[in-house]
Each structure stands twice: as structure tokens, then as C-alpha cells.
Design a protein around this ligand. Structure first.
Ligand SMILES: *Cc1c(COP(=O)(O)O)cnc(C)c1O
Length: 456
């Protein structure tokens, strides 16, 4: 056997072992970062080693430092699992090693992205010609959408930012809710928009922007404006009221961007689409495929209504490349990159429109079950209005909530992650994996009940 075949055979065998063990291993890693540095560290070996034994050593050494994110009881942060078709496609993506930049060199990769981007727009009810750029995740999808926005709102006042940069440009107002995701601030920083550019708009108790406050924010300041709204607040899962907000932003001449890293997918479900009603009126949308859609890391998608706005922000010319007007590299901040469309194409083809709706409905139904069962545990309070996939719980005092969080991780049944919401310690459960069953939810609630009882 050649080196390549034996490396792949070993990877396949170790992958099967890992997947087979997901149901029984502790969900939180059993080894610390320091222990992993010991296991994987040391000086660079002088001599090489054959490929199969390297892959085998990696699988063995890394194992205790792996979180069971791909299993059904990981509810930390907002992290999806991996659909089987997307996982298989991801392996092929590595085997094929296509560079996702050019239609001429890698037409299959470019066509998969073009098709998958169109399918996403269709499933989410976005305008038909929406352009899609495939990036590493939600942060970069926000950056990409906001870069198109920055280009357009300055062009509209006669300032070509690609030519002149930002020095001396009319100042841009970036109008955001007080509960925007933190990555939005970083995306803005990449774009040369510092904190002084931010106009903060009040939100309600679950984190939804208030329409009256948006109106005031826009009318009390002047200049080119980008309004960034949110589909899915990371703690509560709350959605901004788009039908009220977007017309206000549009009346003020603003570009409207929507950060919908995991929430945008509500639009794919007839039963949940009321949460995103009106989003099709925005100019750009950012989402993740590695969260709700359950493709492996890393994959985010920037969707922009007018393709030219993206192209003007990102297209470059290089004398050794004969470009086509369809090149994926014109839609993203990267040049060479992974062909991210294959996994998304495979995920969507394996689900179909109805399967995608079922996936999103099921995540929300599991979250509702979580909330209902948690509410029955003595001493536990559900801290948000659970309308989508996010559930927060707390105990009667913050110290006990935090201690419960530590004990749940040590218990190993499931992962919930700590946070602070409205000044109180909470534990967050995000139901984001296709692999989560009702039994997973019930086992997790039982673990929470055990831990809370042990604190009493
Ligand atoms: C996760 C998340 C992001 C950032 O996405 P990454 O994929 O982690 O870069 C941005 N906004 C929201 C609302 C999120 O949930």
C-alpha cells in the first residue's frame, strides 16, 4: 500500500472509533490544555515517520483533549454538529484539494458554491439574485457584508473607498443594537470603523432592538449609515423585529445588514419563519453553515442583495490570472482558500427543502423540551423566552449557578456554558446539532437536576 492509502485507511478507522464512542465519552475534554501540550509537544523530531503511524499517533494522543461536539449532548456556545453527507463531502474536499478561487481552474468548486449559495437564498426567502461569498464563519460573513455596505454607502456620497481609503472620508455611522454579537465590533474594526462610529440602540429584555429607539438614533445623527440587525441573539435566541425596523432604516437611506449566524435559518421553517418576517428587505445577511446547517468547520456565508456591491468591495486584478466575472474570489476577502461549497451543497442536497425545515424545527422543539423540563427542576429558573434554539437557566444565586456549571462539565453527561445575562450568572444551552435526540435532552436535564440537588 502506498503512504497515501494507508494514511487514509488509518484515518477512516480512527474516525469510526471516534464516532462510535461519541455516545459514551465525557462530552467535555478529560485532558487540559497543559496535558495536551505535554502529549503533543516536544521538539520538532529530527527524523520523519511514515504517514499512517503519524495519523494513528495523532488520533491516540489528541483523543483525551477532544470535546464531543459531534455528539448529541454538546450545548455550549452555539456550535453545530456535522451532517453525515457534509462530513463525507468534507473528506472529499480535502482529498480533491481544490482552490476555491477561480471558475477556470476549479469549475466544480465554483459551481458547487454558486448552486449552494442559490439554494440558501431560496430556502431563506432572500431575493433571487442574492450573491453568496463563502468564508470561514460568522465573523467573516459579517465583515464581508459590512465591507460591501461600507463601499456602497460611501460611493453614494461620492467617495470611492477603494481608491481613496478612509482617511478624510465622510464618517460612517454603524447603528447597532446593544445586544449585537461581539464579533460585529471586530468586523467593524477590520473595516476601519472604530468605537466612535457606533451608534447604540436600546433593546428590550430579551435583546430585541426597539423600533422607536432606532428611529431616534437615526434622526439624531447624520451621515452615511449602516444599520446592523440581528436574527438570533446569542443568549436568548431573540430576533429583532425586522418588519418594523427595516422600513425605518430604509427611510433614513441606510444600508441594512442582518447578523443571522444561527437565527437566519428560522426562515427555512414554515413554522418559525414568522421570527424572520421582513428580513428579505435587507441589503446583506451573514450566516454560518457550521452552526445550524451542521456542516463541519469552517464555513460561513455572506449574502449580498446586489452582487456588484460585493464585487466592487473585493475584486482585484492580478496579471497572472485570467479572471471571469463569475470567480468566487471576487465575493470574499480571501484569495486562495478551501472549496467550502461542497459541504454546503451536500448538506442541503441530503436534507432537501423539507428536511432543512425539519432540522430547524427539531432543534427548536428540543429547546422547548429543555425549557419545559428544566422548569420542573426544583431551584432552576429558565431565564429567557424560548422561541428558538437557545435556553438559559439559573439558580437562585449567581455563585450556585456558576458552581452548578462547573459540576455539570465534570459530570461529563453534557456541556452547557456559563455566561452573564442582564447582570446575572446563567448557564446557556444552545440546541444546534442534528444529532441531539429527546433522550439527550432528558439525560442532560437529569444531570442538571442531580447537580442542583448535590448543591442543596
Ligand atoms: C457565532 C456567532 C457569530 C460569529 O460566528 P463565527 O462563526 O464564530 O465566526 C456572529 N454572530 C452571532 C449571532 C453568532 O451566534
Amino acid at each position: 500500500m502506498d503512504d497515501r492509502t494507508s494514511a487514509l485507511d488509518t484515518a477512516h478507522a480512527r474516525a469510526r472509533d471516534f464516532l462510535d464512542g461519541l455516545g459514551s465519552r465525557p462530552v467535555w475534554p478529560t485532558a487540559s490544555y497543559e496535558e495536551m501540550l505535554d502529549a503533543l509537544g516536544g521538539p520538532l523530531p529530527e527524523q520523519g515517520e511514515d504517514a499512517s503511524s503519524v495519523v494513528d499517533a495523532l488520533a491516540r494522543l489528541a483523543d483525551p483533549g477532544l470535546a464531543a461536539i459531534a455528539g448529541g449532548r454538546f450545548f455550549g456556545f452555539v456550535i453545530g454538529g456535522e451532517l453525515p453527507a457534509a462530513l463525507g463531502a468534507d473528506w472529499l474536499t480535502s482529498v480533491w484539494d481544490q482552490n476555491g478561487a477561480l471558475t477556470s481552474l476549479t469549475p466544480a468548486a465554483a459551481a458547487a458554491e454558486r448552486t449552494a449559495g442559490g439554494w440558501i437564498a431560496e430556502a431563506l426567502g432572500l431575493p433571487e439574485d442574492t450573491a453568496a461569498g463563502f468564508v470561514t464563519g460568522g465573523l467573516m460573513a459579517n465583515f464581508t457584508g459590512l465591507a460591501a455596505a461600507r463601499h456602497r454607502v460611501l460611493a453614494d456620497v461620492g467617495w470611492d473607498v477603494a481608491q481613496r481609503g478612509l482617511a478624510g472620508s465622510p464618517p460612517i455611522r454603524l447603528v447597532v443594537g446593544e445586544h449585537r454579537h461581539d464579533t460585529l465590533d471586530l468586523a467593524a474594526r477590520y473595516l476601519g470603523l472604530g468605537r466612535d462610529a457606533f451608534v447604540l440602540v436600546d433593546a428590550d429584555a430579551d435583546g430585541r432592538m426597539r423600533p422607536g429607539a432606532l428611529e431616534t438614533a437615526l434622526s439624531s445623527t447624520a451621515g452615511p449609515a449602516i444599520v446592523s440587525l440581528q436574527a438570533g441573539e446569542v443568549h436568548t435566541g431573540a430576533f429583532d423585529p425586522f418588519e418594523a425596523l427595516i422600513p425605518i432604516a430604509k427611510a433614513a437611506g441606510a444600508w441594512v445588514h442582518v447578523d443571522g449566524a444561527f437565527g437566519l435559518w428560522a426562515a427555512a421553517s414554515p413554522g418559525l419563519a414568522h421570527l424572520t418576517a421582513g428580513i428579505d428587505g435587507a441589503d446583506s445577511w451573514a450566516t454560518d453553515a457550521h452552526k445550524t446547517l451542521n456542516v463541519p468547520y469552517d464555513c460561513g456565508v455572506a449574502l449580498v442583495r446586489r452582487r456588484t456591491d460585493l464585487v466592487e468591495a473585493f475584486a482585484i486584478a492580478a496579471d497572472y490570472i485570467t479572471g471571469s466575472s463569475e470567480d468566487p474570489m471576487d465575493l470574499v476577502p480571501e484569495f486562495s482558500r478551501r472549496a467550502r461549497g461542497f459541504t454546503v451543497w451536500a448538506a442541503l442536497r441530503s436534507l432537501g427543502r423539507s428536511g432543512l425545515a425539519d432540522l430547524v424545527d427539531t432543534l427548536a422543539a428540543r429547546a422547548a423540551r429543555f425549557a419545559a423540563r428544566l422548569a420542573e427542576v426544583p431551584g432552576v429558573t429558565v431565564a429567557n423566552d424560548v422561541a428558538y434554539t437557545q435556553v438559559m437557566l439559573r439558580l437562585d444565586d449567581d455563585r450556585r449557578t456558576t458552581e452548578a456549571g462547573r459540576r455539570i462539565l465534570a459530570d461529563g453527561t453534557a456541556v452547557l456554558t456559563p455566561a452573564v445575562w442582564q447582570g446575572r450568572a446563567v448557564l446557556r444551552c444552545s440546541v444546534s446539532s442534528w444529532a441531539t435526540t429527546e433522550e439527550d435532552v432528558d439525560r442532560t436535564v437529569d444531570a442538571v437536576a442531580r447537580v442542583v440537588a448535590s448543591l442543596a
